[in-house]
Design a protein around this ligand. Structure first.
Ligand SMILES: [Fe+2]
Length: 360
């Protein structure tokens, strides 16, 4: 139960002084609870917190300063006023440094206590309002940043589709790869957060081709060594473009950078080997290679399903992850089981911050 703001816990080992304070506060409309020691006060706060605690400094068992420390760390929203003897000004100041909002010295004047209580509650209210304001502000800033990232990614997604649209050899490639990879990831039993990463990374994986010369990209004949290296810059270019936008999606970014890595370490751009290549990437690599093989290329016709499936099997453990190839062929056992170009693709969306990303 949330205590109302006119609730106070009065802590003093002297019942007479406690009663004086309680009477005063009740006269001001407070409801009060009483504790005869610091230990008792903690037990009562554990049952129900209080917006205001007035506590004596000198008490047996647990003194007021220890109680204050405990309250500040466990109930930081509670305003604490310490009651001290006149001779204890130094201790009272120490209490203010520990987090008490104020103190009153004994013997106290009731009007003074009343004024200090009201002042302490006002201070507490301002602190809480200020904190809430900052929390709301922070939340709004985060929402805005997220929206900007989403909008930017949606634009990049549109850009990928536009790039593919004007290239008859690439048309629909990213959507098909995302569909294959998503289905394979599901077949492997990956969690929804990981599947989101796979979909996002797969759809944007070839964005870096924006930086590759069209003449080289569409060259019908054999590529020279330099031309091949130029094309193979696209994962790095893509990762460079997307890096600032995908801080919350490192696994998807890894797909963009590493989708041409090979299990045997002979891939691009970093020569990663085996488990150094994240599982999400290994999933997309198989999907990407399959789609590349079954699509028309300037230098060869599209391969039949059976030929491409055999290529995947031949590459098991060398170029491709065994389990991924097997999952692919379970998900797509024959040509008739392949999805159409686009209907299955889920909408592009960012994963939730902190979503678990499994790395095998
Ligand atoms: Fe690629």
């Amino acid at each position: 139960m949330q205590p109302n703001s006119m609730h106070c816990l009065v802590v003093d080992d002297e019942p007479r002084l406690r009663r004086v304070l309680v009477r005063l506060l009740e006269g001001e409309g407070f409801t009060c609870r009483e504790a005869g020691s610091g230990t008792e006060a903690i037990a009562m706060l554990e049952q129900q917190s209080a917006p205001l605690v007035i506590s004596d400094l000198r008490m047996p068992q647990m003194d007021g300063a220890t109680l204050l420390r405990e309250i500040v760390s466990r109930w930081p929203d509670t305003a604490v006023i310490m009651v001290t003897a006149v001779a204890e000004v130094e201790s009272a100041v120490a209490c203010l440094q520990l987090g008490a909002l104020d103190y009153v010295a004994k013997p106290f004047h009731l009007d003074e206590v009343r004024a200090r209580v009201m002042q302490a509650l006002d201070k507490r209210r301002l602190i809480l309002e200020n904190r809430m304001y900052h929390q709301e502000l922070e939340q709004r800033v985060q929402e805005q940043a997220r929206r900007i990232e989403e909008l930017s990614l949606e634009r990049l997604q549109a850009l990928v589709h536009a790039l593919e649209e004007k290239d008859p050899y690439l048309r629909g490639h990213s959507v098909r790869v995302a569909n294959y990879a998503f289905r394979v990831g599901r077949e492997l039993g990956l969690e929804p957060g990981v599947l989101d990463m796979i979909s996002l990374g797969a759809e944007l994986h070839d964005l870096g081709k924006i930086g590759v010369s069209e003449a080289v990209l569409h060259k019908p004949g054999k590529l020279s060594e330099a031309e091949y290296r130029h094309i193979m810059d696209h994962p790095v270019i893509g990762a460079r473009i997307l890096g600032p936008l995908m801080r919350d999606a490192p696994a998807a970014l890894a797909i963009v950078r590493s989708h041409h890595e090979r299990l045997d370490g002979k891939g691009f751009p970093d020569g990663l080997k085996g488990d150094e290549i994240p599982l999400e990437v290994r999933v997309v690599t198989v999907a990407d290679s399959f789609d590349a093989m079954t699509s028309l290329r300037p230098y060869r016709p599209a391969l039949a399903f059976e030929t491409a499936a055999q290529e995947l099997l031949d590459g098991k453990g060398v170029q491709f992850e065994r389990a991924v190839v097997e999952a692919f062929l379970r998900a797509f056992p024959n040509g008739a089981s392949l999805p159409m170009a686009s209907p299955e693709l889920r909408p592009l969306h960012l994963p939730t911050p902190g979503a678990a990303v499994r790395r095998a």
